[in-house]
Design a protein around this ligand. Structure first.
Ligand code: BTN
Length: 236
């Protein structure tokens, strides 16, 4: 199992952007703060001091990298496991990429890819509200680990634990198919079985979240039929 090489910065525009500039496989870019932290769908990601912001760079053959959503799922599992191991706090996953404690968002994942010829670089960006104070407008929906842990969490230990789990999940994915990981993801995913409204590709879908398929896509059963959502935002 290849270990990750860690590059640490005090400040960056965004660790995902730096990762795309460097394209160093098996590296992890970490920043104490980000001036332009990015979330999914061009949203910004609040990146104050005390949080944990990093991007993992992987290199794959284009032919193997079709399942980008699956990287999001294993990153979510690794973050959940790291928080549990280091702080003893249980968290849940909201499909596809939100990690929640008590219904409030503690971490998010932004997976991007860059393709040059036959090679794909996969950038897995992870932002965790570890010890940072959240801006007022995010305090209802967001939460930090420190708020629940009641003391500062060691970001280096948290990072090491997440990377360790992430590598474990990656190698188990290589050895078998994705189904055992999918089973684990499903067991922590609070979206399943609930009634959801999802915005995806300019459309809105409503219905019961009935499953997550082998590609990591959400399956919805609505009054208007069944839908497979590749990527989207859950509105409720
Ligand atoms: C989301 O929930 O919308 C995804 C948030 C991802 C934020 C992380 S912080 C580290 C990495 N660098 C970024 O600019 N974004 C990701």
């Amino acid at each position: 199992m290849a270990s990750f090489r860690i590059q640490h910065y005090k400040v960056l525009d965004s660790t995902n952007l730096e990762a795309k500039r460097l394209l160093l496989p098996n590296s992890v870019i970490v920043a104490d703060t980000q001036a332009k932290g990015r979330g999914r769908y061009r949203r910004s990601w609040s990146s104050g001091k005390g949080g944990l912001y990093f991007s993992i760079i992987l290199k794959r053959q284009v032919s193997e990298s079709s399942s980008l959503s699956l990287f999001t799922l294993i990153a979510a599992l690794a973050v959940r496991s790291g928080i549990k191991k280091i702080a003893g706090i249980s968290s849940a996953i909201k499909w596809p990429n939100d990690i929640l404690i008590g219904g409030r968002k503690v971490a998010g994942i932004l997976v991007e890819s860059l393709i040059t010829g036959k090679v794909a670089f996969v950038i897995i960006g992870i932002g965790i509200n570890a010890n940072n104070s959240l801006p007022r407008e995010l305090r209802k929906r967001g939460i930090s680990i420190r708020q629940v842990f009641k003391k500062e969490i060691d970001n280096q230990m948290l990072l090491a634990s997440i990377l360790h789990s992430f590598e474990k999940y990656l190698s188990s994915w290589k050895k078998t198919d994705f189904s055992p990981l999918l089973e684990e993801y499903r067991s922590y995913c609070i979206t399943l079985g609930t009634i959801v409204a999802v915005k995806s590709g300019g459309r809105q879908f409503r219905g019961r979240a009935s499953g997550i398929n082998e590609e990591g896509h959400l399956l919805i059963e609505g009054k208007d039929g069944k839908h497979e959502i590749i990527d989207g935002t859950l509105l409720k």
